[in-house]
Design a protein around this ligand. Structure first.
Ligand SMILES: [Zn+2]
Length: 343
């Protein structure tokens, strides 16, 4: 059986920079019409000018004849001026600004220590209608890693939502029932992305057959009950929940190390991985809205018109993909996937 759907958008993606763009952009551009590209490079993308240059490098790595639009993000810092938000909104290519609590994830050391220090930026974003995308974890190293998202929701997000009642907020890569419940009960200005790996895996996968660094990500994979809550949200038809893969490749040696880097690579077949999760939940008919419509609606973008087709056919991803001079181990290596993109 084949499944044809409107070309989807990925509202949370890491493409990194430099020679790896040639490996990371093509598989995404083949599947997705647009992708919201995260700004956590070194140094981070903190200006409209830097975002514009990064966008050009991504377009240069996009295969000829493929219709793909990178949507850019700004990395919020405590030293950013509100004028940068105004500039971003006036540009036609910046669609969100990203809040990284300092130390919460890869390349987040320049992030925000105290959200009270960027009130001026939240005000500017609310006035201008720029979306705030949030990595929703408290970064305090003394906290239990499984508590970081729930505590962020209660201690940072809830007061923020109350104070900025019309700021459009996306809580990225929700991983817990608690976060799903918060987003569900919040107003229509609050939404969430859900990754394929959080839909497919619980923390069991981290420990199955020995500690697996390739299943380590932030926020960390949670309990089976949390995963079921994410499946329920993604397949509910509630437009607050939409696709953001958070595909986040690291070279193999950075993962298979004494201190494994956080991030899971799904970009080689992200749509197929989502289809697998929806099919397992008996909700394949709900995939199109989740993948191709709800995110665009929230971001105020025109719906896509072209289509992609997935064929139901079992295949095994390779053990690794090229990543510049190195390689990356994909989610699903050594396993069978159920869908494959029709070229
Ligand atoms: Zn991310």
């Amino acid at each position: 059986m084949a499944l044809t759907l409107t070309r989807p958008d990925d509202f949370h993606l890491h493409l990194r920079d430099g020679d790896v763009l040639a490996d990371l952009v093509p598989p995404v551009a083949e599947r997705f019409s647009r992708a919201l590209v995260m700004p956590n490079l070194t140094p981070p993308v903190t200006t409209v000018a830097a975002a514009g240059e990064y966008r050009e490098r991504i377009l240069a790595a996009t295969p000829a004849g493929v219709d793909f639009t990178p949507l850019m993000t700004l990395y919020l810092t405590e030293t950013m001026a509100a004028s940068e938000i105004k500039k971003a909104t006036a540009s036609d290519f910046i669609h969100a600004a990203k809040l990284y609590p300092a130390g919460a994830t890869t390349n987040s050391s320049a992030g925000v220590r105290d959200v009270g220090a960027i009130t001026h930026l939240f005000e500017a974003m609310q006035d201008a209608g720029l979306v705030l995308a949030i990595h929703g974890e408290l970064a305090n190293p003394s906290l239990d890693p499984y508590e970081r998202e729930p505590r962020f929701v209660d201690e940072v997000l809830a007061p923020l939502v109350e104070r900025f009642a019309s700021l459009r907020i996306v809580l990225e890569h929700v991983s817990t029932q608690h976060a799903v419940d918060f987003v569900t009960q919040a107003g229509p200005n609050v939404a969430a992305t859900i990754t394929a790996h959080h839909l497919l895996c619980s923390r069991r996968a981290l420990f199955a057959g020995g500690l697996s660094p390739h299943h380590y990500c932030r926020p960390i994979l949670q309990t089976e009950a949390d995963r079921e809550a994410l499946i329920a949200a993604a397949t509910s038809g509630n437009p607050k929940f939409f696709l953001g893969s958070d595909s986040a490749p690291h070279p193999r040696d950075k993962k298979e190390s004494g201190h494994a880097a956080a991030g899971i690579y799904t970009g080689y077949a992200a749509l197929e991985l989502y289809a697998q999760a929806f099919a397992e939940a008996g909700a394949l008919g709900r995939l199109e809205n989740f993948a191709s419509r709800f995110g665009a609606d929230f971001y105020g973008l025109e719906p896509n018109s072209a289509e992609v087709t997935l064929e139901e056919t079992s295949w095994q991803p390779p053990a690794e993909y090229p990543l510049g001079q190195q390689t990356v181990v994909p989610l699903g290596a050594g396993e069978s996937l159920r869908y494959r993109l029709r070229p």
